[in-house]
Design a protein around this ligand. Structure first.
Ligand code: FES
Ligand code: FES
Length: 170
């Protein structure tokens, strides 16, 4: 098979920073993140859109970066698992995954955290069913999912609580 090894410069906004990266034109967003920018938190699992390990947040939506051509992400906001924590500390999801024992081998965890973060950003009070649906494309072969759902629910409750004072009285 002929491979196109021409490089192109792609400008990406990743975790709030503008980044330029030279990558082969056929690269996916996942390859640009992992091999161009050395952001290896997003995992390369099936590499064909089946497992969710590569999920990042693209303009607020969970996106399978292994099947997204890198040029499609130009001009968009990309958030990877590396961008979830802030200077104040871990994202509530990361904290609750720790408290609830929701990660075992951890390979699926970055993608699940990104899918869950996108959901809770839209709706911190998401129901158990909504959480299950939002994580439907993220496969985990270790945990049996219950602890993952528990952790997302607990993080949502914390986020809803901190958001409440801002919306009250509007
Ligand atoms: S690595 Fe992207 S869906 Fe499996
Ligand atoms: S914790 Fe191992 S695959 Fe999910």
């Amino acid at each position: 098979m002929l491979m196109d090894n021409r490089q192109e410069i792609v400008r990406l906004r990743v975790n709030g920073d503008l980044r330029e990266v030279g990558v082969p034109v056929h690269y996916t967003l996942l390859e640009a993140l992992r091999y161009g920018l050395r952001l290896t938190g997003s995992k390369q699992g099936c590499d064909k859109g089946d497992c969710g390990a590569c999920t990042v947040i693209l303009d607020g939506r969970p996106t399978l970066s292994c099947i997204t051509p890198v040029w499609e992400a130009e001009g968009s906001d990309v958030v990877t698992v590396e961008g979830l924590a802030t200077a104040e500390g871990p994202h509530p999801l990361q904290d609750e995954f720790d408290r609830n024992g929701a990660a075992q081998c951890g390979f699926c965890t970055p993608g699940i955290l990104c899918s869950a973060a996108a959901l809770l950003e839209r709706n911190p009070s998401a129901s158990r069913q909504e959480i299950q649906e939002a994580l439907g494309g993220n496969l985990c072969r270790c945990t049996g999912y219950t602890k993952i759902y528990d952790a997302v629910e607990a993080a949502g409750a914390r986020l809803a609580e901190t958001a409440a004072p801002e919306t009250e009285g509007r």
